[in-house]
Design a protein around this ligand. Structure first.
Ligand SMILES: Cc1cc2nc3c(=O)[nH]c(=O)nc-3n(C[C@H](O)[C@H](O)[C@H](O)COP(=O)(O)OP(=O)(O)OC[C@H]3O[C@@H](n4cnc5c(N)ncnc54)[C@H](O)[C@@H]3O)c2cc1C
Length: 531
């Protein structure tokens, strides 16, 4: 039995941050357990996310249960399984969300989570290289964030087209206001992915008071009555135990954190009992409140030559891109998943955007090792509501820690989500067909000219939409009957156990979820250290 002060389970976006900040005090003995390996070669190169989307070496490769509103399809649920977690395989877009997201959390009774309260942590995490207002942006944190200029003609055309439909250019959507169209800010620097493994763990690997174990699957929390005293885990099938004198912090992500609680007897009593798991603490909210972005990808043919990566990233073009990357760290291989995005209001009268559109300057299709670049030249634009109201759940189906949990999204179960998804598709159409896009010779491929009524568009959404890989909320913070942790991220009813990752979000933030997950790690560590 090994003894530590703190044990952190999961070295992802949040967990790596927690381990870094806690071990900064040499008196704290910290154990960081990660189920996956230390790294993967494709994780270093931004475009590597395309190779890691379906790669079991660095990805848990979960999938959802079939549902009526996915036309019975099982949707892929990729999750990073290596140091850095999902920050090491994600699309690299850096989006904080809106001030109102965090003010809403505070308004729900979560003291200390208003935007004013979390802003210092957002600033502390980053070294932002772009122009921006220093009241909002950090310049000397561990995470390097960059903001590319809209140099390619397609981006300039999109900015003009958006302007023609009333959407202004706003280069710093992580600053005072989110509204508008912009190049995506990215966790990329000098052509390399800036995961939390790279930015928070690499610089501190030699700390003598920090032990990082990879290939270490945590199978259960060890409880002494209502106190968490440690963890049981296995390395290559060999069982191990570690003891935490102060606290265990679970940062296993929105799928695995509720799974680990349930495996440890913390959750819905009847469900656990039916699987033969002894109930240690009844907590009905574990695994509930699952939220994600359900996003159709609209597809557009581009007739102008040499504009998209379908023209510039295949055959000899790919050789040129590889050279450009090797020499300058730029181009296709250094590309953020969706290099341009727009935060848009679905209708007048709203005081903040409620829709997100993201553009990828190429068409792709499924290939044997992940998405591959199509022959046809075009663009993809995904479009979805940012704060969907539909909620699903994740629950274990077996007491075996290696068996994937069942993921039920319940997408479009809230009618407003369907209405807003259709509206988002219509706004994508309006921008892609605005006069400024004329030179690009745009033709709609999907949903296609034949789909015009709301019902026709919605029918298509059910056939094609997938998530943008942002599951949150399954161990939500709050004080209501379904809350799992309190505002200090302590699990209700269990001592010395906190959760710090995207699963604690009571609602989805307005945009992508990596930056908020890192902020949660920063804030969790601060709360732990303050006692
Ligand atoms: C393909 C993809 C693309 C994405 N694109 C973007 C994007 O462009 N921008 C953005 O902001 N967000 C993006 N996201 C979402 C974002 O990356 C996640 O919201 C964020 O990383 C979640 O952080 P987390 O700390 O909650 O969990 P994770 O980062 O997933 O970390 C959980 C860690 O715990 C480990 N773990 C789990 N169970 C155990 C166990 N039992 N024992 C030991 N270790 C365990 C996992 O292996 C993992 O390393 C994307 C996600 C994916 C998967």
């Amino acid at each position: 039995m090994m003894q530590y002060d703190y044990i952190v389970v999961g070295a992802g976006s949040a967990g790596a941050v927690v381990a870094n900040r806690l071990s900064a005090d040499a008196r704290n003995r910290v154990l960081l357990l990660e189920a996956g390996p230390a790294s993967h070669p494709w994780s270093r190169i931004p475009i590597g996310y395309a190779r890691l989307l379906t790669n079991p070496a660095a990805n848990w490769l979960y999938s959802s249960e079939p549902e009526a509103n996915t036309n019975g399809r099982k949707l892929p649920v990729p999750r990073g399984r290596l140091l850095g977690g999902s920050s090491a395989i994600n699309g690299l877009a850096f989006v904080r969300g809106q001030a109102r997201d965090f003010d809403t959390w505070a308004q729900m009774g979560n003291q200390g989570w208003s935007y004013d309260s979390v802003l210092p942590f957002f600033k502390r995490m980053e070294s932002y290289a772009g122009a921006g207002d220093d009241r909002f942006r950090g310049r000397d944190g561990p995470l390097r964030v960059t903001n590319p200029e809209p140099r390619d003609p397609i981006y300039a055309a999109l900015i003009r087209a958006a302007g023609e439909v009333g959407i202004a250019h706003n280069p710093d959507y992580n600053g005072a206001r989110q509204d508008g169209i912009a190049m995506s800010q990215a966790t990329i620097a000098a052509g390399r992915r800036m995961s939390t493994a790279r930015c928070y763990l690499d610089p501190i690997r030699r700390r003598p008071n920090l032990r990082i174990e990879t290939g270490a699957l945590t199978e259960a929390l060890v409880l002494d009555g209502k106190r968490c005293t440690g963890v049981r885990y296995s390395v290559n099938g060999a069982p191990r135990e570690a003891y935490a004198a102060r606290e265990v912090i679970v940062s296993a992500g929105s799928i695995n954190s509720p799974q680990l609680l349930e495996l440890s007897g913390i959750g819905q009593q009847e469900r656990l009992a039916s699987l033969g798991i002894g109930v240690r603490h009844g907590l009905p909210g574990v695994g509930e409140n699952l939220r994600d972005h359900y996003a159709p990808r609209t597809r557009w043919a581009i007739g102008a030559r040499g504009i998209t990566y379908n023209d510039r990233g295949r055959g000899f073009g790919l050789v040129q891109q590889a050279l450009r990357y090797a020499l300058f760290g730029q181009g296709l291989l250094a590309m953020v998943g969706a290099p341009m995005r727009a935060f848009v209001r679905s209708r007048g009268g709203l005081d903040a955007p409620d829709l997100l559109l993201g553009w990828v300057p190429m068409l792709t299709e499924p290939g044997p090792r992940g998405p591959k670049i199509s022959r046809q030249s075009g663009m993809t634009c995904y479009a979805h509501p940012m704060r969907p109201e539909s909620k699903g759940h994740i629950h274990i189906v077996s007491a075996d820690p290696r068996r994937p949990p069942a993921i039920n999204y319940n997408f479009l179960s809230s009618p407003i989500d369907a209405t807003l998804t259709v509206r988002a598709v219509r706004i994508a159409r309006a921008i892609m067909t605005a006069p400024a896009m004329g030179k690009m010779q745009v033709t709609e491929i999907a949903p296609g000219a034949g789909r015009n009524t709301d019902d026709e568009i919605l029918d298509w959404v059910r056939q094609v939409a997938e998530t943008t890989y942002h599951p949150v909320g399954t161990c939500k913070m709050g004080s209501d009957a379904l809350a799992v942790v309190d505002a200090r991220l302590r699990v209700h009813g269990i001592d010395a156990l906190r959760i710090a990752d995207a699963s604690i979000m009571p609602t989805l933030t307005s945009g992508n979820t990596n930056a908020p997950a890192i902020m949660i790690g920063e804030k969790a560590a601060d709360m732990v250290l303050r006692g």
